[in-house]
Design a protein around this ligand. Sequence first.
Ligand code: PMP
Ligand code: GLN
Length: 385
Amino acid sequence: QARRLEGVDKNIWVEFVKLATTHATVNLGQGFPDFPPPDFLREAFVRAVSGENHMLHQYTRAFGHPPLVKILAQFFGKLLGQELDPLTNVMVTVGAYQALFCCFQALVDEGDEVIIIEPFFDCYEPMVKMAGGTPMFIPLRPKAPKAGQLMSSADWQLDPAELASKFSKRTKAVVLNSPNNPLGKVFSRGELELIADLCVKHDALCISDEVYEWLVYDGKEHVRIASLPGMWDRTVSIGSAGKTFSATGWKVGWTVGPTRLLQHLRTVHQNSVYHCATAAQEAVAQGFQRELERLGQADSYFAHLARELQGKRDRLVQSLDAAGMKPIVPEGTYFLVADISAFASDVPNTTGSDEPYDSRFAKWMVKNKEDATLKAANDILQKWK
Ligand code: PMP
Ligand code: GLN
């Protein structure tokens, strides 16, 4: 076993998908829709695989199928207020996972520090370590909610002085994930400015995981950190067609950023994956073409998806509240974190293991699907994912 694999062998998704399969109940781990992608996207895929153009069954350009990088450059150029070159400022990847992997492999050296905001999507930590870097964690800290109200993900904030203390001359990059998995926090412009100012001051990069960019509720605004002063040239923005078009199994992702950074991501990509599935890229390109024409309008799929999921979020919040948990109302994403301390006596630690309570609780809930109190929450969860 190579040394770089030491300490990164366990994976929460592997564990929870297995548990969900064994108990044939709710997959309390992975977030993905239980509804199909929109018709226009499915139809585009069918056309790609059964149409006249047999070249769509063959390899395409290594760094992204030309129609896809072209439309991504147009689309994100508009959102970022930046002229983008499809051939140098955009690279298509096998989902956002590979985009992240390319970033860490391409930009982080042995001894570099990478700041990660807690709670975080698990893979950042092993990916930083596999690149030889050192993760530096900074927590979002909860503030008391207003009297009589449920806590919101907006109540979880960075302490500016604590954040500043994590930066040093060893800092290579900050990983930002807004909207955040798992809290659902949507960072405000002010919060992003704080991070951006520190990046500029310390000449640090920003790896901005924005896979939930369209899943933002209550009219909140998703601000792209790459659009803030001084940030374009030091940010790689990451997206996922899986989340954008409710097609997680297609594994189409992308990176957008300046040539000075993307050129190194291309080196990692060409020496590992080389290129991504052509037909899926063709269909995603057509999906974006449709959305570009409807951007900001009520009939855009992105607007529709956020409205749908906001309603489901509200139902899930209500039922978890009724079941005795204290849900933290997410401002975005598929996810919801809840305070489960009231159930501690239901989940005794009989074996005296040092496994944390939240982990034991989640397994207990998966295995006890008949439990009367939690049945309703389970049903909603199943519909909501
Ligand atoms: N980043 C975050 C925050 C995610 O939640 C996920 C998927 N759960 C990914 C990246 C990976 O996305 P993809 O499926 O496109 O590889
Ligand atoms: N989409 C993922 C999430 O729920 C799961 C990631 C995975 O499948 N490894 O965060």
